[in-house]
Design a binder for this molecule. Structure first.
Ligand SMILES: [Zn+2]
Length: 386
C-alpha cells in the first residue's frame, strides 16, 4: 500500500475514536502506541489525575538530547451529528476531501506521522525523533503542560518541536497566549432598600470589570514595536457575567468569566499585578469593612503561553527547508507550541489542513494536504537518515 493510502487508513481509525476532550482518549493512545512500538519506538505513557486520559511520548533513533518532536493533540471538540452531512466519527471521502471530526485539527498530522514511523525507523536516524501525543489541548493544553514537565523530569532535552496544527502546511512562528479566568465575588445579601447594610457582589464585579477595561486601554499603548499580530497589542475581554437573584435584593454573589490574550509575558504579569493590587488595596478592604466573610477569588482556568517570535530558530530553519516555504507568519489562535518553547525547545507550527475547517460541522482535510504533509515528513526522513 502506498504511504498516502496507509495514512488515510490510519486517519480513519483515529477519527473513529471519539476523543472529545470531555471523554477518554485511552483507546486512541493504545492504538498509536501499538503502531509506534511495532516500528521499534521506545514508549512512555502517562495518565492524567482521572486516569481516563493519557499522553504518549515515543522515541525512534538514538536516545538522548537534541531530538525533533512531532507533536499533536489527540482530543477534538464535540460534534453534533444532526449538523453533519455524514457521521462525524466515520471518515468519509467526498470529492478529494476526507470528512470527520478532528481530520484537520489535528488527527491528519498524527496519521501522517504514525504512517511514516516505520520508514523513519528502517533507515536509522542521526538524532532522536520523538512523537508527542497529548490530551486536553482544546480545553487548556493540560496534557502538553504535563508532558513538557515529564520530558524535563526524564532529563530529555529535545531541540526542536514541530506542532502539526492546521496551517495549510504554511510555517507559523508566533501566536498570542490565551489566559482564562473566572473571578468570583462573594457579597452580603440584604434588602434592596438598604444597600449600605449589605455588600453588592454585582456592583463590586462592575468595578473590577471597569478596572480590567481600563487596563485593556493601557495595553494598547504597550503594543510591542513592530508587532505583527492583529490587533498588535495584548487584549482583555469579559465573556460572561452571572450574579444576583432579583432587582430588589442586594446581590450576594457574582462571577465574571474573562480572558487575556497576551502578546508577551510582561503584559500578563502587568495585568495580574495591577488587578491584584486593586483588589487588595481598594475592593477587599471596602467589602470587609461591612462583613469579614466577603471576598474576591480568581480561579485560573488555563494559562497557555504564547509562541514568541525569536530571531534565531532552528525549528523555523528546519521547517522552511522541508517545506520550501520562504517566510513565516503569526496567527491569532493558540496552540501547544508556546508550552514547548517555554521549556526551552525551539518550536514551530506547520501542519496539513485549514484552521477554517476546524471546530465546525463537516470538518475535513483535503487529500492533497495529507500528501503535502507526507512530503514534508519524507524530506525530514532524508535529512535525519544515518
Ligand atoms: Zn488543534
Amino acid at each position: 500500500m502506498n504511504m498516502l493510502a496507509h495514512t488515510q487508513e490510519i486517519l480513519g481509525r483515529l477519527v473513529a475514536f471519539p476523543t472529545v476532550s470531555s471523554d477518554s482518549n485511552l483507546d486512541l493512545i493504545a492504538y498509536a502506541a501499538d503502531l509506534l512500538s511495532d516500528a521499534g519506538a521506545a514508549l512512555s505513557l502517562s495518565r492524567d489525575e482521572s486516569g481516563s486520559k493519557a499522553n504518549l511520548f515515543a522515541t525512534l533513533g538514538p536516545p538522548g538530547d537534541g531530538g525533533i518532536v512531532l507533536s499533536g493533540h489527540t482530543d477534538v471538540v464535540p460534534a453534533d451529528p444532526s449538523e453533519w452531512t455524514s457521521d462525524p466519527f466515520t471518515l468519509t471521502e467526498r470529492g478529494g476531501r476526507l470528512y470527520g471530526r478532528g481530520t484537520c485539527d489535528m488527527k491528519g498530522f498524527i496519521a501522517a506521522a504514525l504512517a511514516m514511523a516505520p520508514r523513519f525507523a528502517e533507515s536509522g536516524l542521526t538524532r532522536p525523533l520523538h512523537f508527542a501525543l497529548t490530551y486536553d489541548e482544546e480545553i487548556g493544553c493540560f496534557g502538553a503542560r504535563a508532558l513538557v514537565g515529564e520530558i524535563a523530569n526524564a532529563g530529555i532535552k529535545p531541540a526542536v518541536a514541530i506542532i502539526g496544527e492546521p496551517t495549510g502546511m504554511g510555517v507559523i512562528e508566533g501566536h498570542k497566549g490565551c489566559y482564562e479566568y473566572t473571578t468570583e465575588f462573594t457579597g452580603l445579601e440584604g434588602h434592596g432598600s438598604q444597600p449600605d447594610r449589605g455588600i453588592n457582589a454585582v456592583e463590586y464585579a462592575a468595578r473590577y470589570i471597569t478596572r480590567l477595561l481600563d487596563l485593556g486601554e493601557q495595553l494598547k499603548a504597550r503594543a510591542p514595536e513592530g508587532s505583527r499580530f492583529d490587533p498588535p497589542w495584548t487584549t482583555v475581554q469579559v465573556g460572561r457575567i452571572g450574579g444576583g437573584t432579583a432587582r430588589n435584593v442586594i446581590a450576594g454573589a457574582c462571577s465574571v468569566e474573562w480572558e487575556m490574550r497576551p502578546v508577551r509575558l510582561d503584559d500578563a504579569a502587568y495585568v495580574k499585578s495591577s488587578l491584584g493590587s486593586y483588589v487588595d488595596t481598594e475592593l477587599l478592604p471596602a467589602m470587609r469593612a461591612v462583613s469579614p466573610h466577603c471576598g474576591i477569588v480568581t480561579h485560573v482556568i488555563g494559562e497557555v503561553e504564547g509562541l514568541q517570535v525569536v530571531g534565531e530558530s532552528e525549528a523555523r530553519d528546519i521547517v522552511r527547508e522541508l517545506t520550501g516555504c520562504d517566510h513565516a507568519d503569526v496567527v491569532p489562535f493558540g496552540t501547544e507550541a508556546g508550552l514547548f518553547q517555554s521549556a526551552g525547545i525551539s518550536s514551530i507550527i506547520c501542519g496539513p489542513g485549514s484552521i477554517a475547517q476546524a471546530h465546525k460541522p463537516d470538518e475535513f482535510i483535503a487529500v492533497d494536504q495529507l500528501a503535502a504533509c507526507l512530503e514534508m515528513l519524507d524530506k525530514l526522513h532524508q535529512k535525519l537518515r544515518a
